[in-house]
Design a protein around this ligand. Sequence first.
Ligand SMILES: CC(C)(COP(=O)(O)OP(=O)(O)OC[C@H]1O[C@@H](n2cnc3c(N)ncnc32)[C@H](O)[C@@H]1OP(=O)(O)O)[C@@H](O)C(=O)NCCC(=O)NCCS
Length: 194
Amino acid sequence: MEADRDMILSHPSQKKARVGRPALRLETERLILRAMTQDDVDAIYAIVGDPIAMQYYPRTFTRQDAVEAIERNLRRYAKDGYGLFAVVLKGSGKVIGDCGLTWQLADDTPMLELGYHLQREHWGHGYATEAARACMEYAFRELGAEKLVSIIFAENQPSRRVAERNGMRVERQVMHSGRPHLLYVITRENYGQA
Ligand SMILES: CC(C)(COP(=O)(O)OP(=O)(O)OC[C@H]1O[C@@H](n2cnc3c(N)ncnc32)[C@H](O)[C@@H]1OP(=O)(O)O)[C@@H](O)C(=O)NCCC(=O)NCCS
């Protein structure tokens, strides 16, 4: 669930992370992360409409939900300069998922979250870890963020392993979207050592 925008935009931590120049394109060895467009709706729906990919979410989402999710990210790019980006596999040029930074509420506090979602056929190759690493680098080096979190349902072991491979550690349990989750955290200081 998206955090309340007015509350987030008035929060001091928001001002800090808005410092820095927008980057609507990041590149890694195997991936390009670029701004989403509505042309990506089928690629996003392939994830959010997949009951197995959504097994740790409250429900599976519709194609219209995917359209609205893209709209939310377009608004984030305009306001924050970042959001969830489309993840493109260089080899094929296809969008295989999304990864990026969004403001989310954990225990009613706005936090900058690193999130990732891949189409099931692309699991198991390290793409989420690689994309998340690029977003971490961007958050700490370009945006000057002090801390990043990932809010992960405890049973979602693949997502937890992505966070752990990138040096995030469980700080505590938090409430998010009305359900308990684990709060994975990495600080800028720890990132330098990861
Ligand atoms: C979370 C999610 C993106 C993780 O996908 P994933 O494919 O397991 O993660 P990665 O792409 O980083 O791949 C890592 C796996 O590939 C393996 N791998 C193979 N080649 C690799 C490489 N070159 N580099 C790194 N890992 C590699 C790793 O060993 C790892 O497998 P393991 O976890 O069994 O040890 C995926 O499960 C998903 O999209 N789930 C639905 C959405 C979701 O729940 N998102 C998170 C919300 S909190």
